[in-house]
Design a protein around this ligand. Structure first.
Ligand code: ADP
Ligand code: ZN
Ligand code: ZN
Length: 763
């Protein structure tokens, strides 16, 4: 049997991550050693025993085998927070496919060589009497600067250093000479940066605590009860916006804090507003901190240090906040659990929901998920009993669900209305402008990928093999990005023969222009990728609209998240189909979520609201259920579609992406890897006896593609993709391992390969 060698990191301070040391795996550890494990190794000339972490295991010895030392033993796990983070990195590497270094860099805070914040003060070092006599002396000598400083020192025992050069106008020289004379000491203290600052808005004794409704209290009792009994679990709270979820999170966190435990609150970046933070701050004061992309690397690093030191109890932030090294984590809250920003877009492409389950498991913590429109994944798990489900039905602040009108755009065209505003929407907009109430116009562009539909009958051109829409290419071809099928772009609708067949081209800017033509003098605000490029433009637009500086807010999906606008009584969805026809199996789910959220924006205040959904497919179930605000109805229909198509969560899917400088090399690598995945070994694992029949179907894998990616070339790098589908996630991990081995053997120079499990988008 060939020897096994392990790469080991003995110091995880970040700079040294790239310098693993190699050790031999002794006989007794051959079968048990795994990447991510913590081991004891002899190190350096003196063979000092050090703790190290295994980041890779292989057959090749990179040094002199005679001089390679043996690993001593495995350290029993679950010791410190560091060990947990390394184990987590190992788990991420295994389940999502990346190098161990990449995984470690994901979970460990980037060590910063930035200087600590230094705070200097001058402190009185003599008795007052002595200073008074010094003062007399400098008066005689007419040393006015010294005099001022000494007077100040008589008044108070310590002076901020900034005063010396600022308010007092004293030179550093003078300070030094007084220090020499023994009158004062310069003391410097280092402090960790705290990004949370709320000037005068201090924590009010215990913050506002409502007495919870029975439904809310029930959730808190269950979560805390399970925790106290020693079996923390995963919970899903399904409740519309305003139903009191955040209040429940805060109550649970309060209970955890009183048990000496800490909490991580995950929020999609875009929803992390000043208001959210303030609400937690009012309840938990200085023990709350925040993590987001606007923090400097130094600030981020310091938040991890503060967490480790026990200076904070609660951290709020987007998915990366999951890796805050709390010594005693009690609960992870994941708000708006369905948001696609919870999936990392760079390798390792981890999903925060699954990763949070692992973090919770490693730390013995509870996991609480919340959403008004849960992801199919989470709801499916709640249905199968893996998660405990709670439903909050009522809006606690009052306000009713709006009346919804669905308008058939085909009918509008038939009756001669070629405008992008239906007659119903025009009528309601005019009404709102006249009453001086606010409206939102929502352009649902998400996942929009150049699909083609008939404006007369609504038919969307789809792939005959994949049931996803075909995308238009410049060369006049229509193409499926799942399987590579293509056909020439037709001149007429294959269903009704109409020549009005095209993509939907209107953007937010055109909508704004059309609106101004139709209603001269209307005050508008626009929110999309273009108007929110700078740091706080998002907040600025939202607060301008809140302050009623505009009548109509026009925007993409950004406007349907976060923020409440009590003045809005009308929401118009311009073309619900845009996201429906994305060439993506999640198109229905996204459309339902966006429409539900958009419609729910109307009538939050005291005035009742109305919503208009314009669509070419009024009969589509995602549109119908969103208009009814009926989540269960939607779920039941969508899950059937996923089961039929073998899509997540009914089955699992691994996207293998190939990037290459040369098109042909990329193409043949994609074909080679797809072939490897198809190999008999990867299809038929060794099984014994009668389990074969039982496990047979679950283990079947299907390969789709390879095909060029949706965007076939970016920055002159060609992109290909193929998909591997299987009911069992574990089988896909095995396929990934097999492919990784194969890739290693190929010694690729200019091509790279990335894995994406249960991808959020087509590629
Ligand atoms: P969600 O997170 O589901 O949107 P919130 O927790 O923000 O809901 O609650 C919505 C509003 O209702 C907030 O203004 C909150 O202060 C208030 N609220 C929450 N729980 C209660 C309660 N038990 N009694 C009275 N008001 C409540
Ligand atoms: Zn047609
Ligand atoms: Zn296809």
């Amino acid at each position: 049997m060939p020897e096994l060698y392990a790469d080991i990191i003995v110091d995880i301070s970040h700079e040294k991550l790239d310098k693993p040391f190699q050790y031999r795996v002794p006989e007794k550890l051959r079968d048990v050693l795994e990447t991510g494990m913590c081991v004891t190794v002899p190190f350096g000339n003196g063979n000092k025993l050090l703790k190290g972490y295994v980041i890779d295991i292989g057959n090749q010895c990179k040094f002199d085998p005679a001089r390679t030392k043996d690993i001593l033993e495995i350290v029993k796990n679950g010791v410190g927070v560091e060990d947990r983070m390394i184990a987590l990195a190992g788990w991420i590497r295994r389940n999502y496919g990346s190098t161990m270094i990449q995984a470690l860099k994901t979970v460990l805070p980037a060590k910063q060589s930035v200087k600590k914040l230094e705070h200097r003060t001058l402190q009185r070092a003599m008795g007052k009497e002595e200073i008074i006599s010094l003062l007399g002396e400098s008066k005689r000598k007419r040393q006015v600067a010294k005099e001022r400083l000494l007077k100040e020192l008589i008044e108070q025992e310590s002076i901020p250093y900034e005063w010396v050069t600022g308010k007092l106008g004293v030179s550093a020289q003078t300070v030094k000479s007084l220090e020499k004379a023994g009158a004062l000491r310069v003391v410097s203290t280092e402090s960790l940066r705290n990004p949370v600052r709320f000037g005068g808005d201090k924590k009010t004794s215990a913050g506002v605590t409502y007495s919870l409704s029975n439904e809310q209290q029930h959730i808190v009792d269950e979560v805390i009860g399970d925790f106290d009994e020693g079996h923390p679990d995963t919970y899903l709270i399904h409740g519309i916006t305003g139903s009191g979820k955040t209040e429940v999170y805060m109550q649970i966190i309060g209970e955890m804090v009183s048990r000496g435990r800490q909490a991580i609150v995950l929020i999609p970046e875009i929803a992390l507003t000043y208001q959210t933070l303030l609400r937690f701050y009012r309840r938990f004061g200085d023990r709350v901190s925040v993590m987001n992309s606007t923090l400097s690397p130094g600030e981020k690093y310091d938040q991890c240090q503060r967490a480790k030191n026990g200076e904070i109890d609660v951290i709020i932030g987007p998915r990366s906040a999951l890796f805050t090294p709390f010594p005693n984590l009690g609960v992870i809250v994941m708000d708006e659990e369905h948001e696609s920003s919870y999936k990392s877009e760079s390798s390792p492409k981890y999903h925060a929901r699954e990763t949070a389950m692992e973090v919770a498991r490693l730390s013995g913590a509870s996991l609480v998920l919340g959403s008004a429109t849960p992801s199919l994944e989470a709801y499916h798990r709640a249905e199968t009993g893996e998660y405990k489900l709670f439903v909050l039905k009522e809006r606690l602040t009052g306000g009713r669900l709006p009346a919804v009108y669905t308008v058939d755009l085909r009918q509008e065209l038939k009756e001669g209305n070629r405008s992008i505003f239906s007659r119903k929407l025009q009528e309601l907009l005019a009404d709102r402008l006249q009453k001086q109430e606010q409206s939102i116009l929502f352009l649902n562009r998400r996942g929009y990928a150049g699909f083609i539909s008939c404006r007369s009958c609504g038919k969307v051109l789809k792939c005959p093999h994949c049931d996803v829409s075909l995308s238009e290419h410049k060369n006049g071809m229509l193409m499926c990005h799942y399987c590579g099928y293509s056909e020439p772009r037709p001149k007429m609708c294959p269903k009704c023969g109409s020549k009005y067949i095209s993509g939907f081209k209107a953007g937010t800017q055109q909508i704004e222009e059309k609106l101004k033509e139709m209603f001269p003098g209307v005050r508008t605000l626009r929110m999309d990728g273009d108007t929110t490029k700078t740091k706080d433009s998002y907040e600025k637009i939202l607060s301008a609209f809140s302050n009623r500086e505009a009548d109509v807010l026009i925007g993409t999906q950004m406007i349907v998240k976060g923020h409440d606008f009590p003045g809005v009584t009308l929401v118009g969805v311009l073309a619900a189909d845009l996201s429906l026809s994305a060439n993506d199996y999640r198109a229905g789910e996204r459309t339902f979520q966006l429409l539900t959220q958009a419609v729910g924006r109307a009538g939050r205040g005291t005035l009742p609201g109305e919503a208009v959904i314009q669509t070419y497919q009024p009969e589509h179930y995602a549109v119908c259920y969103a208009a009814e605000q009926n989540y269960e109805g939607f779920y039941n229909e969508e899950i059937l579609y996923r089961e039929l198509g073998g899509y997540p969560p009914a089955a699992h899917m691994l996207a293998v992406q190939i990037f290459a400088e040369e098109e042909n090399r990329g193409k043949s690598l994609a074909e080679l890897l797809a072939e490897t995945a198809r190999l008999p070994e990867s299809r038929e694992p060794v099984r014994t006896g009668n389990e074969k029949n039982a496990a047979g179907k679950e283990d079947d894998i299907r390969i789709i593609g390879p095909a060029p990616a949706t965007i076939g070339r970016i920055n002159d790098i060609f992109r290909f993709v193929f998909y591997v589908k299987c009911a069992k996630y574990g089988r896909l991990v095995e396929v990934k391992d097999l492919l990784e081995q194969r890739i290693q053997g190929l010694q690729l120079k200019t091509e790279t390969v990335q894995f994406d499990f249960d991808p959020m988008n087509t590629m």
